[in-house]
Design a protein around this ligand. Structure first.
Ligand code: ADP
Ligand code: MG
Length: 246
């Protein structure tokens, strides 16, 4: 291992809504070029964990580090942190009033001050690479759910983020559209992306994730290489969860 710090590290992170403690001391790390799958029952805290990494949730205690920098320090500029992270949520969150091209280039142009021509050239390359070059001028509602979600992913990577957070990005899709979105995630992995993804696609997690983190009621119950956690889980709670979802 090189001495580089993890791209993302959570140290004993706690997060509560009122007196409901949703994250109860989470520690985990994601290293460069690593794909980590976050699994667990609905309500176990997966989305909240991803949102703490993006500073969208108040961190009650503990630390979140991005490339070694403590981003949970209140003095940190949250917008500057978010500009370094690409995020894709479950439901397509493209801006409906913007063309596909404008959706993909918006952050590059407004947040990163990339000149329009350069941002558009990169966006068109990215769209062409997912077979949607011809849709650049189209509006999101003319695309299928799978196409919209692929545009959302391309938008997230358009600014070359250090880290990608993917929150159940296929769960709102018709089954026949899931494959094309997962294919794109596979390609991002092959291209060396660093990804933390909440997913209920266990077969996909097993194939693509380097490591799996199983969350149970706001705690990391089990973590390890994807094949081990999903194939021969050690913890009874992991076994019970997997027997329900596999
Ligand atoms: P998951 O993504 O694993 O389904 P979540 O992180 O969405 O889990 O939710 C974990 C728990 O936190 C759930 O009990 C949920 O009801 C609660 N929760 C999430 N967001 C909020 C919120 N904004 N206000 C109150 N409770 C919330
Ligand atoms: Mg969730």
């Amino acid at each position: 291992m090189s001495g580089a710090p993890p791209v993302l590290e959570l140290r004993d992170v706690r997060c509560a809504f009122g007196d409901h403690e949703v994250l109860r001391g989470i520690s985990l790390s994601v290293h460069r070029h690593e794909v980590v799958a976050l699994i667990g029952a609905s309500g176990s805290g997966k989305s909240t964990l991803l949102r703490t990494a993006n500073l969208l949730e108040h961190i009650g205690d503990g630390q979140v580090l991005l490339a070694g920098e403590d981003i949970s320090d209140p003095r940190v500029d949250a917008d500057a942190v978010r500009a370094r992270i690409g995020t894709v949520f479950q439901a397509y969150n493209l801006f409906p009033h913007l063309s596909v091209l404008d959706n993909v280039t918006l952050a590059a142009r407004l947040v990163h001050n990339v000149p329009r021509a350069r941002a558009e050239a990169r966006a068109l390359d990215l769209l062409a690479s997912i077979g949607l070059g011809a849709k650049a001028k189209a509006f999101p509602d003319t695309l299928s759910g799978g196409q919209q979600q692929r545009v959302a992913i391309v938008r997230a990577i358009a600014t070359e983020p250090e880290l990608l957070l993917l929150d159940e990005i296929t769960s709102a899709l018709d089954p026949e559209l899931v494959g094309e979105v997962l294919d794109l995630v596979r390609r991002l992995k092959d291209d060396g992306a660093t990804i933390l993804m909440a997913t209920h696609e266990m077969a996909f997690a097993r194939e693509v994730a380097d490591r799996v983190v199983f969350l149970d009621q706001g705690r990391v119950c089990e973590t390890g290489p994807a094949r081990e956690v999903l194939g021969t889980p050690r913890e009874p709670r992991t076994r019970e969860f997997l027997s329900r979802v596999l």
